[in-house]
Design a protein around this ligand. Structure first.
Ligand code: E4P
Length: 215
């Protein structure tokens, strides 16, 4: 399973990338805005830290506008993947970009039907939003099961990115389902490391050692 970081914060990306556990990065307009920095500058900096797919999202509404935005973003670095929202215009843009060899991550996917459309249009990645479904009392991980099943029936060249991850259980469930990638916010990545018994165990080993051998 691949781990992407879901953030535009370069310090956090650097911190986890140094551990060798970051395969890519996803950003979105909200995450970029949160950093208050120049969009292209941030994206360029991320490509220098992580050697893997880096998603940058378009902000325009029509297919033609999305394609020209995408072309300019894709020119920043070979690893740039264009995030396109799941709309009719987005599907049209995805198809146009796929034909040009520009990889698309179809975002804001909330149903199996939308995922199927994205795969047919040529999206290289599909991002079902697990947490936002949970927020409206749907079981987000059930969407992952359906999309996994659909993609396994055919040979689309398309990977699932479990997105809108809110807790470690979302990551673990995605892994059990066989989802290709989880894009994880830094705070959740932090939580993945934790277990109280690990801390207690370290403390006990240290105490026992020091009681005989000293510090
Ligand atoms: C996915 O690529 C999105 O950037 C992200 O996962 C959205 O998460 P949120 O629902 O926590 O905003």
């Amino acid at each position: 399973m691949k781990f992407f970081l879901d953030t535009a914060n370069v310090e956090k990306i650097r911190e986890f990338a140094e551990m060798g556990i970051v395969d890519g990065v996803t950003t979105n307009p909200s995450l970029i805005a949160k950093e208050g920095r120049n969009f292209e500058e941030v994206i360029k900096e991320i490509t220098q830290i992580v050697d893997g797919p880096i998603s940058a999202e378009v902000t325009k509404d029509t297919a033609n506008e999305m394609v020209s935005e995408a072309e300019s973003l894709a020119s920043i670095h070979d690893n740039i993947v264009i995030k396109i929202p799941m709309t009719k215009e987005g599907i049209k843009a995805t198809n146009m970009l796929a034909k040009k060899g520009i990889k698309v991550n179809m975002t804001l996917v909330f149903s199996p039907a939308q995922a199927l459309l994205a795969a047919k249009a040529g999206a290289r990645y599909i991002s079902p939003f697990v947490g936002r479904l949970d927020d409206i009392s749907h079981i987000g991980t059930e969407l992952l099961i359906s999309i996994r099943e659909i993609l396994d029936n055919y040979d689309f060249e398309c990977e699932i990115i479990a997105a809108s991850i809110r807790n470690p259980l979302h990551v673990v469930e995605a892994a059990r389902i066989g989802v290709d990638i989880a894009t994880i916010p830094p705070a959740v990545m932090e939580q993945l490391f934790k277990h109280p018994l690990t801390d207690i165990g370290i403390e006990r080993f240290k105490k026992d050692w020091e009681s005989v051998f000293g510090k």
